[in-house]
Design a protein around this ligand. Sequence first.
Ligand code: FE2
Length: 262
Amino acid sequence: MKFIHLTDIHLMAPGVPLNGGDPAANLQRVLADIAEWHQDAAFCVISGDLADEGDPAAYGWLQEQLAALPLPAFLMLGNHDVRGNFLSVFADHPRDGGGFVQHSHAAGGARFLFLDTLTGGPDVHDGELCADRLAWLEAELEAAGEAPVFLFLHHPPFDIGLPYVDDIKLRDPEGFHAALQKGRNIRHIFFGHVHRMTYVNWRGYSFTSLPSTNHQIPLVPERAGSEYSVEPLAYGVVQVSSDQVTVHFDAYLDRPGQGAAS
Ligand SMILES: [Fe+2]
């Protein structure tokens, strides 16, 4: 099976620029590319930071765009999102019994678990999985048994050597690690937040992240001269079989003949 991973779309009102890009225009180009080339994907997931300022109008605009996408889209929250505003628009989006925007999805014999690591509150950017959310995760992992499990969360539980994001990672990595140990067949974990393409092996678990669809966080801020950079956008095309997980980081705008990112 195949699915699509996007992250950190940071929507503003259409036409309003953010950190060197136009988030709405960039997302439209991504979605058009997915619709053209990946209609056979089982689903698309956007792993948080949907709206840069958590604005209901941005969520409404996103809802309109996704209605035209020829595959299901699952949405997650990041530190820029506002849970109440999101749910005021996406009132039917799956969530857990506590009202957190996390749910499980069964497809292709596997379980896909989408977590909600939003802490909430003004100017709070680090993430959390409170006791209730961790309990939900543990219960889902136990229920999955031997089935392959793929996890998605916005905030990683580890440093990547970039202080800008390391300072706002997931709180209580030990609690998350303890919950992971309830899983018997976790195949891979996808995350967002860092606005960079990374592969990480943390305590034996493999993780990948993707660039934002709008702006990136430079690995060497001093070289970039800014805390943000305009590096190639990308989305993930993930292929899963019984014995393999392949993550393509498709910097689609750099295809010859299709123009360059701007
Ligand atoms: Fe972000």
